[in-house]
Design a protein around this ligand. Structure first.
Ligand code: EPS
Length: 402
């Protein structure tokens, strides 16, 4: 079973991830993770923090001589900014006592919660005097650790011919048109755009929209399309709610900070069309991994009955605008109960391009979990043998037929 957990505060010493269940014998180097961490840091509209950090991973366990051992893979991503925040974030108690209900006297307290962030509900629910105790963990910086886990899962999927990419289809008011078919590899084309968009005119318009939002002290959300190609038919299952792959993808995507909506294939548009304009006709042909069958269209986005069809898996993920506004909205000062303007912290104008990279990593984790469930194996070789046997068995169905 592939599972993971992350730890770390945005301005703490480091982010930590532990990923368990990756089979032994997977070639893995730091660059496999570092490449994805670097992609996550990019994108037009990011704030000053990304100029401070240079996210890289150190494997603390689970990897030896460039291969996985099958044991938990512990990964460390240091926060360079920590040295500027050591006094704010130190674990040791303050001299003269601190941490009581009255709170510490450390600098950079947040007592004017930002609408849209975890600040307000967090301080009330966790009974903290300072919203920094909440926002440091709620920060989207945590996604670096998730991207690290996703990068290892992506490396496993690549052994089975799976490629995952994404591109931005909407940012603020700008909608892009994407080429059909999408370029291969998708990320080489998308990463060439400062906003990870495949439409050059829309790229320009998105950058201008970000500039305008920045001047106005505002922020912008958007939508990315995430695509996984080369999948085998039959990951996930129809038999129980918690094994349906669409449900698991939805949960995983919705857990990314600021994500407010997920669609698979046509998504909401399917509800507006007739059945004959939604479902994908079945024909002979296609890859052996799809059982020698293919679809004339892929409006289902590669999933039927909670299982992969082997057609490209297509997911749209919608992100709200970041909640830290340089022209802040109204709030309540928690120390006095009086009306106030929300606190402004250094932040991003838009992180939609980065969210695409995060969504790729999250999808890689869910797909690697489903591969592990279907094909098992303590080593990559054992997993490969199980995979090959399944594909061969599926294709024997046609032996002796026309
Ligand atoms: C982020 C790091 C953060 C923010 C952003 C994501 O750095 P800092 O708070 O030091 O500027 O840039 O976090 C948020 C937008 C948020 O709301 O928490 C990162 O590494 O992705």
């Amino acid at each position: 079973m592939i599972r993971f957990t992350t730890a770390g505060e945005s301005h703490g010493k480091a982010l930590v991830a532990i990923l368990e269940g990756i089979p032994a014998g997977l070639p893995l180097v730091a660059e496999d993770v570092n490449h994805q961490l670097k992609r996550r840091m990019g994108g037009y509209g990011r704030g000053a923090r990304m100029k401070i950090e240079a996210d890289t991973v150190e494997y603390l366990s689970g990897v030896r001589a460039g291969q996985t051992l099958g044991s938990p893979i512990a990964m460390l991503i240091p926060n360079r900014d920590w040295e500027n925040w050591a006094d704010v974030m130190a674990a040791e108690p303050d001299e003269g006592g601190s941490g009581g209900r009255g709170g510490s006297t450390r600098r950079r307290q947040v007592t004017r919660p930002r609408p849209g962030h975890a600040d307000l509900v967090g301080v009330l629910k966790y009974d903290r005097p300072d919203a920094r105790d909440i926002l440091e963990r709620a920060s989207a910086r945590e996604t670096a650790a998730r991207v690290a886990c996703g990068a290892v899962c992506r490396r496993l999927l690549a052994e089975f011919g799976v490629e995952i990419g994404s591109h931005v289809v909407e940012l603020g008011p700008v909608r892009a048109t994407a080429p059909d078919p999408l370029p291969t590899p998708l990320n080489d084309a998308a990463d060439a755009s400062p906003v990870r968009c495949l439409d050059p005119a829309a790229t320009e318009a998105m950058m201008r929209a970000i500039d305008a939002a920045k001047s106005a002290g505002d922020t912008l959300g958007g939508i990315v399309e995430v695509v996984a190609r080369g999948l085998v038919l039959g990951l996930g299952s129809h038999v129980s709610w918690d094994r349906k792959l669409d449900g698991r993808i939805g949960q995983a995507m919705m857990s990314i900070p600021a994500v407010k909506g997920v669609e698979i294939g046509l998504g909401f548009e399917a509800a507006r069309r007739k059945g004959s304009e939604v479902h994908d006709e079945i024909v002979r042909g296609g890859r052996t991994e799809t059982g020698g069958l293919a679809r004339r269209t892929n409006r289902a986005g590669g999933l039927e009955g909670g299982m992969t069809t082997g057609e490209p898996l297509v997911v749209h993920v919608a992100m709200k605008p970041i909640s830290t506004l340089m022209q802040p909205l109204g709030t309540v000062e928690l120390t006095t109960g009086e009306r106030a303007q929300a606190q402004s912290e250094r932040s991003d104008v838009s992180a939609v391009p980065a969210m695409g990279v995060i969504a790729e990593g999250v999808l890689a984790i869910v797909l690697a979990q489903a591969m592990g469930e279907k094909f098992g194996g303590d080593s990559v070789g054992e997993m490969r043998a199980n995979f090959d046997a399944y594909v061969a068995r599926m294709n024997r169905r046609w032996e002796g037929l026309g």
